[in-house]
Design a protein. Sequence first.
Length: 328
Amino acid sequence: MVLSIESSCDDSAIAITEIATNKLLFHKKISQEIEHSVYGGVVPELAARLHAEALPKILEQCEPYFKELKAVAVTSTPGLAVTLVEGVTMAKAIAVALDIPIIGVNHLIGHIYSLFIEKETVFPLTVLLVSGGHTQVMEVKNLQEIETIAKSMDDSFGESFDKVAKMMGLGYPGGPVIQELAKNGDRLAHNFTVPLHQSPLIAFSYSGLKNAVRLAVLEEEKKEQPDFQDIAASFEHIATKHLTMKLKKYFKTVQPKTFAIVGGASANLYLRSQIEALLKPHNAKLLLSELKYCSDNAAMIGRVATDMYKENMFSSLEELDIAPRSSL
Ligand code: KG4
Ligand code: ZN
């Protein structure tokens, strides 16, 4: 078995996965959403302190598995430096105490492998990763051959939902609340510009849309009874249209065969429906993670680790370090 730890942002999670079968034997996650909600976003130092409390509590529950552990895996990149270090330090202590090898896992590859929890891998795959930290398209040949095709130049898709929710005073995380608010709104009420719609670049940008939404929110707040439903619906529509327009452009050169959406924001139902419609004429298959594994978790890290274990992709205990910025 492998024990895996995730602490790259605001979720403390540990999983135990059977190496031979990829079976998930244990998974526990403690989220910090309520604690960060008052600030409208994640406060790194607060997150680190909460990890330091939560991780040992979860680890205690894993004790019955200790004798069976063949390796310990941990998210070492990308993420918040002060929170990554909590997981990596714990993983190193476990590796030393139990005399087992350590595996440093890339969080973004973790999100890709959230598709394969208790399943076999399916490659090659075109992946859209939409999370709080990233918005990127990748061509994934296998665990070791991943090419990034497009990235966000500024904010990420999920982050823009968080910021819009903050403007409306709706707390953190913004994705689920904006999705809920948008359900009864008019998607065409506000004619926000689709980011980079005239640019030939296959890239993403959300800062301009965020500022346009800010102006609409300020305007709405002047009313006696402000109602943000239409703004939320129009924002969700344009944020999604930006992704589908750029993907449509990309699909002109590379036909999608198997396409996946992963990351916390892949839970968004409007995004899922729009991507489904986009893939239809290509007869491409759409893969999605189970809703409970879209957001950060340790089961996905454990699932990458079972494949890395089989490929002997271990890290050196002395050299394994955190790398806050993404290398994909
Ligand atoms: O993958 P994740 O848990 O953490 C990162 O690796 O960043 O993603 C969290 C992000 C947050 O920005 C959150 O607002 C967004 O995913 N999110 C959503 C939805 N559910 C979560 N965004 C849009 N619609 C949703 N339904
Ligand atoms: Zn994530």
